[in-house]
Structure formats: structure tokens, C-alpha cells
Design a protein around this ligand. Structure first.
Ligand SMILES: Cc1cc2nc3c(=O)[nH]c(=O)nc-3n(C[C@H](O)[C@H](O)[C@H](O)COP(=O)(O)O)c2cc1C
Length: 379
């Protein structure tokens, strides 16, 4: 008998289980994506910020680790400069903002980082180059974590690719669905990373109703089999999980191999995730300039002080704080280690391989289906 968890979307994407690894820049690299795809779900590489060459390398690495379908996720925000190099953009950062960060560097004794950033800043021009690689490589699934991927859908569909757009409200869900994407991720405010204002429980059914027959995928606060069954009950055909897969040894693995993080930082991030309770994540614009749910820490508290200047828009805020945060990581300043994480962090009790995370989600979800007498939907 078919698993009660299998949905039409699984068939459309060529996967066995309605479980997707959410794109997480720096955290969801080829090793984690391949592990989730091998376990029967859809592994999605978080490729925000990576240069076109790095992106091609990452895609090749996933293909060397699995023959199964996988995806790549990029941010495509529309409200961002069309082009410009680092210097053009940095000029727009005010002296007041620089002073505030300099004061924080002194307060927290943050040294200069050992190496300067090599990647260009996020601009529309840069996103277009990244998307060209995705199309050239014929990646099975492309996901856009911000913005509307409609402009690349015709090219993607012409070569048999699937496209997913992520939204936080029904207005954007309608807009993205009208652009002919194959599925829309309805992401509730509980989610780690950039996030909106509406809770998952209210958002998912509203999006499912608004965009049918386009498929809905649920995200935000889903970390176990209970969340999976709830998401299917709300009208979603799969779940898109970030925080659950942060709690795996494969998370950040590629970033460490690339020298973007180190074993100490990964361990502190994992320890904080396991120790977290439901109130340990908050939303703020201090990392990227857009509302992002993160693990609350001394750095993010500093941006909530009355004397803190208003945060800058994307990508200026990232340029403003990037160096200080890199310095803090390199100097192993534990109180400043954090990063994106969702409300579901309070449910994480251990670091387990991605296969186990998927396996236990399925086990619990299938038990629940049996208990409630749920059957697979016949096509
Ligand atoms: C560490 C981390 C990094 C993330 N980075 C990205 C990213 O680069 N691009 C993106 O579209 N979403 C990003 N997200 C959001 C996820 O794709 C996803 O929507 C979210 O994690 C789902 O909610 P959950 O964390 O409650 O599972 C990130 C989330 C986390 C936790």
C-alpha cells in the first residue's frame, strides 16, 4: 500500500516523501542536500551569495553524492539595487552607522577578520548571473526564497525544471502562483531566516485555498512528524524544513570545508540549538536589513537598544555588519554566535544525522495516520 504521506507533489518532483530540506545559505550545502535526497525527500542547497563558479561546483558536488532529484535555493528580492560593486554600495552607509558598529567592536572586543570578503554584494545583476548557472546546469528544482521567480519560469519549464516560490502572505502567494510556478512555500512567521508576520497554522490553509490547483508547501516551525501531519491536514502537499535540519552533523559541513566557518563555531551553534527553548529566537533586521528570525544573542540585543540607529536596507546592513561578525566568529566570541533559527528550536533535543531526522518524522507521521485512520489520497 502507498504511504499515506505520499502526495501528488511527490510524484511531480520524483521524490518518495513530502519532506524538503529548506534552502539555508551557508548551512544547507551539498552534503546535507544529498543526505535528505538520499533519504527520500528533496534536498535543497542554500546558495545565496555564492558566486556563479561556486554555485556550479556545489551543483556538481550534489550530483557526485546522489542520483536523486535535488534543488537549489536563491534569494531574488526585487527591492534591491540593480547593479553596483562593493565600493559603490558602501558609500551609502552613514557615518552614524559606522560609528555604532565601531563602538560595538570595542565593547565586544571584536578583532579585524583575517580575510576580506571576496564575493560581490547582492544585486539584481548578481542574481541574474546565479540563475543563468541554475538553468545551464538544468537543476531539477529551483526555489526562490525571496521575490518572484516568474521571469525565469518559462526558461526553466522549457527544459523540464520545476520552480518553487516562497511567500509569507496570500497576496504574494497569488502573485507567484500567477507567474506559473509549480508550487508555493507558505512560510509562517515561526520560520528561521527571513520571515513575515503570519503564523503557519493560519497561513498555510489560506494560501492553499488561494492558489489551488497550484501546490502548497508548508514551512515555519515544522520539525517533527506531528508538524508533518498537521501541514498535510492544512492543505499542504509537503513540508519545507530549515531548523530541523540545522540540527544535523551535515549542516554547515560544506561551509566548514570551504573555510567559511570552523568546527568550534559549528559546535557552539549546535549546542545553542539543542539548549534553546521556544523564546530564544526573535525577529530583527540587524543581520541583512530584512526581517529575519535568529537565535537571540548579545549582538542582536545591541541592535534593540534605544541608541541603536535604524537598520539599513538590504544589502547595506549586511555590508555594514559582515566584517564585525566574521571577526567575532574567528575570535570565537561565544556570546555573539547565533544566526538564523526558527521557533521550532525549542523542540530540538539532539544533533542527529539527516537520515534519522527524516526517518523519525516519517515514523511518527505514519503512526499518527494510523491512529487517525488516514489513508493515501487516490489519484
Ligand atoms: C540557518 C538558516 C539559513 C537560512 N537561509 C536561507 C537562505 O539563504 N535562503 C532562503 O530562501 N531561506 C533561508 N532560510 C529560510 C529557510 O529556507 C526556511 O524557509 C525556514 O527555515 C523554514 O522554517 P523553519 O526554520 O521553522 O523550518 C534560512 C533558515 C535558516 C534556519
Amino acid at each position: 500500500m502507498a504511504s499515506p504521506l505520499k502526495t501528488e507533489l511527490c510524484d511531480m518532483l520524483g521524490i518518495e516523501l513530502p519532506i524538503m530540506l529548506a534552502g539555508m545559505g551557508g548551512a544547507a550545502g551539498p552534503a546535507l542536500a544529498a543526505a535528505v535526497s538520499e533519504a527520500g525527500g528533496l534536498g535543497v542547497v542554500g546558495a545565496t551569495g555564492y558566486t556563479p563558479d561556486e554555485l556550479a561546483e556545489m551543483i556538481a558536488k550534489v550530483r557526485s553524492l546522489t542520483d536523486k532529484p535535488f534543488g537549489v535555493d536563491l534569494l531574488l528580492p526585487s527591492s534591491i539595487a540593480d547593479s553596483g560593486n562593493r565600493e559603490d554600495l558602501e558609500i551609502q552607509i552613514t557615518a552614524e552607522h559606522r560609528r555604532y558598529v565601531d563602538n560595538l567592536k570595542q565593547e565586544f572586543e571584536i578583532p579585524e577578520p583575517s580575510r576580506l570578503p571576496e564575493r560581490p554584494p547582492l544585486t539584481q545583476d548578481y542574481f541574474r548571473k546565479q540563475v543563468e548557472v541554475i538553468l545551464d546546469e538544468n537543476v531539477p528544482v529551483f526555489a526562490s526564497g525571496l521575490g518572484n521567480p516568474g521571469w525565469m519560469v518559462p526558461d526553466a519549464h522549457a527544459q523540464g525544471m520545476k520552480v518553487i516560490g516562497l511567500v509569507g502572505n496570500t497576496r504574494n502567494a497569488r502573485r507567484v502562483a500567477a507567474a506559473n510556478v509549480d508550487a508555493v512555500v507558505a512560510q509562517g512567521t515561526e520560520a528561521g531566516g527571513h520571515t513575515g508576520r503570519i503564523g503557519t497554522l493560519a497561513l498555510v490553509p489560506q494560501v492553499a485555498d488561494a492558489i489551488a490547483p497550484t501546490k502548497t508547501i508548508a514551512a515555519g516551525g515544522i520539525v517533527d512528524g506531528r508538524g508533518l501531519v498537521a501541514a498535510l491536514a492544512l492543505g499542504a502537499e509537503a513540508i519545507w524544513c530549515g531548523t530541523a535540519f540545522l540540527a544535523t552533523p551535515e549542516a554547515y559541513q560544506d561551509a566548514e570545508e570551504r573555510g567559511e566557518t570552523d568546527a568550534w563555531t559549528r559546535k557552539v551553534q549546535h549546542d545553542k540549538l539543542v539548549a534553546a527553548v521556544d523564546e530564544d529566537t526573535r525577529i530583527g533586521r540587524m543581520y541583512s536589513g530584512k526581517t529575519m528570525r535568529h537565535m537571540y544573542n548579545a549582538w542582536t540585543e545591541a541592535w534593540e537598544r534605544p541608541e541603536a540607529p535604524p537598520t539599513l536596507p538590504m544589502p547595506l546592513q549586511g555590508l555594514l555588519v559582515g566584517e564585525a561578525l566574521r571577526g567575532a566568529r574567528e575570535a570565537h566570541i561565544e556570546g555573539l554566535i547565533g544566526g538564523p533559527a526558527g521557533n521550532g528550536a525549542g523542540l530540538i533535543k539532539a544533533i542527529r544525522p539527516a537520515t534519522e531526522v527524516v526517518g523519525s518524522m516519517v515514523e511518527v507521521a505514519e503512526e499518527l495516520c494510523e491512529r487517525f485512520g488516514l489513508q493515501p489520497v487516490e489519484a
